[in-house]
Design a protein around this ligand. Structure first.
Ligand SMILES: Cc1cc2nc3c(=O)[nH]c(=O)nc-3n(C[C@H](O)[C@H](O)[C@H](O)COP(=O)(O)OP(=O)(O)OC[C@H]3O[C@@H](n4cnc5c(N)ncnc54)[C@H](O)[C@@H]3O)c2cc1C
Length: 460
């Protein structure tokens, strides 16, 4: 008897090391990979133009990669579970394969699929969910004694590194998609979003570009990562986050490739672990997207002008402003810069972390619930940081991590002519604190006063 399996793609848009695709191809005679442009997601604030544009490109690339393996990507539009149920009837599917994921939305989707299979397909459709397809270690697979998830990174890293990881899977040699099923059109970008709101310098998305980037990274740069990762002006990080976000590269494949004898590669592995750490936090605390993990009784300041200046890169602190302009130009920001601007918003301006986290979500190509909201809470001191009241001094950070001001000059042309001694704190060259340089604004707040206000508010 012929068996048919559907593979539901979500944010695992690849053919290499794709457990759901692999299992379907191993077990079934006919394989129907499908991606649904989900109406509810596309209408939500979550669908920022930069990420939608990356998604469309990644789906196009996936279709051509599946074709190269003899298959086809079926594309549908609407409600994911309803579209999959309809497709299951149409192709007389026996199995549905998908990757486990942790957000509240992903869990509701999985439950809805199981329910539809039970209620409308008479249990004919077996739903098979594959673990460790989005992360290296499935959230919940390692836990501390006396708890269900880790709240501190270091012990998590030790257990994570010792856990049994999946072996990476090759792309299936052939994907036998039946030719009778209607394939569906991949929408044009302007069907889904306003292309006028795209950042001007977005990288290429999709598995093909991801695999090229991985090869470049492991051919050399990764070995210097322990030195280069904090240099704001260097291209010293992998820039794989947007690929990891859409699953156009597998986290397991990256982690398994790491040679732990190299200090650079070991540092890179730790960052991959941070990603898993945040995912196991989100799995245990789906509310971390809106609720403080640890309440600090903050009475955040509601200051629209300050928030507008922060978003526009006009705070008067060059490193903060350069970073915010990197975000709107590239849809990406260096990790050190993310920490500096998040600390500045929540501690210097004492503005609610949710305001900053959503602004990031509006622009980031890698914007993701686990990492973005987890890291915003970490920086605001409402999350898992063991030193919740630490404050980054933007000038010290700027001098330390961009000593030659390469980063500052790249994004702040109006300061480009200042010398290296002045550019990190232009007001110091003027006689008064409220000095400034040409059109560049004076500092929005004084560091020392802001620090005193924040520490007093926190009762520290
Ligand atoms: C306030 C704030 C918000 C952030 N929002 C996001 C987000 O929405 N999406 C996102 O992927 N990362 C986020 N990060 C983490 C980090 O800044 C980015 O992952 C990193 O800058 C991506 O660049 P890269 O791929 O070159 O990273 P690399 O330095 O090359 O690291 C490799 C991979 O490890 C993971 N990683 C690195 N640092 C972290 C970290 N601190 N936490 C979790 N995973 C990490 C990413 O998947 C990254 O691609 C945020 C950090 C902060 C401080």
């Amino acid at each position: 008897m012929t068996t048919t399996a559907i593979v539901l793609y979500t944010r695992d848009l690849r053919v290499h090391d794709q457990p759901a695709l692999w299992a379907a191809c191993e077990r079934a005679d006919r394989v129907v990979p499908v991606f649904v442009f989900d109406r509810a997601i596309l209408r939500s604030r979550y669908a920022a133009p930069n990420r939608v544009s990356q998604l469309v490109d990644a789906v196009r690339d996936l279709r051509s990669n599946l074709k190269a393996h003899g298959g086809e990507l079926v594309v549908r539009h609407g409600d994911t579970s309803e579209e999959v149920a309809q497709l299951a009837v149409e192709v007389e599917a026996d199995e549905l394969h998908l990757s486990a994921d942790v957000s509240a939305h992903a869990r509701r989707r999985e439950e809805a699929l199981r329910q539809l299979a039970r209620d409308h397909l008479g249990d004919r459709l077996r739903v098979i969910v594959h673990d460790a397809a989005v992360t290296v270690v499935q959230p919940g697979a390692v836990s501390p004694s006396g708890g269900d998830h880790f709240k501190v990174f270091s012990p998590y890293f030790r257990r994570w590194a010792e856990a049994a990881w999946r072996e990476p899977l090759p792309a299936p040699s052939s994907v036998p998609t039946p030719t009778t099923v209607a394939t569906g059109r991949i929408p044009a970008l302007d069907d889904l979003t306003d292309p006028g709101r795209l950042a001007p310098e977005l990288p290429v998305a999709g598995e093909t570009a991801a695999r090229q980037r991985v090869e470049w990274w492991f051919e050399g740069p990764v070995d210097a990562y322990d030195d280069t990762r904090n240099h704001l002006g260097a291209d010293g990080t992998s820039k794989l986050s947007h690929h990891l976000h859409l699953g156009t590269v597998s986290a397991t494949e990256l982690a398994q490739r790491v040679d732990r004898r190299s200090a650079g590669q070991e540092a890179f592995l730790q960052e991959l672990c941070w990603r898993d750490f945040n995912h196991q936090m989100l799995a245990a605390r789906p509310d971390l997207v809106h609720t403080d993990i640890r309440t600090r009784h903050d009475r955040w300041v509601d200051d629209e002008d300050a928030v507008a200046a922060w978003k526009a890169g006009r705070t008067g602190y060059p490193v903060v402003d350069a970073a915010m302009r990197q975000l709107t130009t590239e849809g990406w920001m260096h990790n050190r810069a993310r920490m500096i601007v998040a600390s500045f918003l929540t501690k210097h301006l004492y503005v609610d972390w949710r305001v900053g986290a959503w602004h990031f979500m509006d622009h980031l190509i890698d914007g993701d619930l686990a990492n973005n909201f987890g890291q915003w809470q970490w920086t605001a001191g409402t999350g898992t940081d063991s030193r919740p009241n630490r404050m980054f001094n933007p000038v010290t950070q700027s001098r330390r991590y961009d000593p030659d001001a390469v980063y500052l000059r790249r994004y702040l042309p109006e300061l480009a002519d200042l010398d290296d001694a002045t550019i990190h704190a232009p007001w110091e060259a003027a006689d008064t604190l409220l000095g400034g340089s040409g059109d560049y604004p004076p500092p929005l707040v004084d560091h020392r006063e802001a620090r005193e206000r924040f520490l007093a508010a926190r009762g520290a």
